[in-house]
Design a protein around this ligand. Structure first.
Ligand code: OAD
Length: 265
């Protein structure tokens, strides 16, 4: 494992916004934006399923992202998550994150993210539901007590790191992410459903749409008569069931869209 180089995302090149996208967003007062790993890709955070660069192309989720994996080898799993936390220390929100925060000046923008990073928060968005938890919110593996004590320095780059222990029960501390086979954080999916139901338009940005239940949200929107715009350079599992599939990236498309909406004012 190596630490990534410091990364400051470049300004995006301007692209024309498709009329169909602009028409759906113009006048929308409540917008719900579903984001996945592609949202943070241009910040330098790897996605999961992209060929070669995706985390699951390089690492085995069964060894790193399940409760069994943590029980089998805590130091391996904890060290891997510390490495991912170290990556976040070296990246910044990209122009797509910033555009979503800027959109809040024009409308009620709610973000429902599968991402465990804090880049939406750092960009200034204020209404964010984390469906898969937060990588930095540590808690006890046994009793769930939140842990805010000291952590080993993520920048040390050690592959194996023993987790700290819980002050309440002495159990091992784990990252606050959802592992395969686990429930979502309490209330998170209800909040996501409510955000979708109340939206005038839903955007699905940078997700392959294969992990349930998050992957159900665009179809849920459409079945409630709410239009869905997909922003993704590639086809996804739900591209067939959206109103518009805009083949662009988050850091290119979102700033262009918010600039166009701002210019209409
Ligand atoms: P994936 O890695 O499955 O999909 C990333 C998506 O982002 C793909 O559709 C890419 O085409 C797209 N993409 C890549 N670069 C992009 C860019 N610059 N702009 C826009 N889109 C881009 O990631 P998720 O769908 O988020 O779960 O994965 C869902 C869940 O699977 C993750 O939350 C994680 C993983 O296992 C847990 O850890 C519980």
């Amino acid at each position: 494992m190596t630490s990534p180089a410091d990364s400051t995302p470049d300004s995006p090149r301007a692209v024309p916004v498709p009329k169909s996208v602009l028409d759906l967003c113009t006048g929308a007062r409540t917008i719900t934006v579903l984001t996945g790993a592609g949202m943070s890709a241009e910040s330098g955070v790897p996605t999961f399923r992209d060929d070669d660069t995706g985390l699951w192309a390089r690492f085995d989720p069964a060894q790193l992202a399940t409760p069994d994996a943590f029980e089998d080898d805590r130091a391996l799993v904890f060290g891997w998550y510390l490495w991912r936390i170290a990556q976040l220390h070296h990246v910044q929100p990209n122009p797509g994150h910033v555009a979503l925060a800027r959109w809040e000046r024009l409308a009620d923008v709610r973000i429902v993210t599968q991402n465990v990073d804090d880049l939406h928060e750092r960009a200034g968005s204020t209404t964010i539901t984390h469906l898969h938890g937060s990588i930095v919110a540590m808690r006890c593996f046994l009793c769930d007590t939140p842990y805010d004590g000291p952590l080993p320095d993520p920048d040390d780059g050690d592959e194996r790191v023993q987790p700290p222990t819980c002050a309440e029960c002495g159990g091992p501390v784990r990252p606050g992410v959802v592992w395969f086979g686990e429930m979502l954080p309490e209330g998170a999916f209800d909040a996501a459903i409510e955000a979708v139901q109340q939206a005038d338009v839903v955007l699905s940005v940078g997700t392959s749409g294969v992990v349930r239940p998050a992957s159900l949200l665009p179809g849920f929107a459409r079945s409630n008569g709410i239009p869905v715009i997909e922003i993704n350079p590639d086809e996804t599992a739900h591209s067939y069931d959206v109103d518009v599939a805009w083949r662009t990236t988050a850091a290119v498309g979102l700033p262009a869209l918010v600039d166009a909406l701002t210019a209409q004012r």
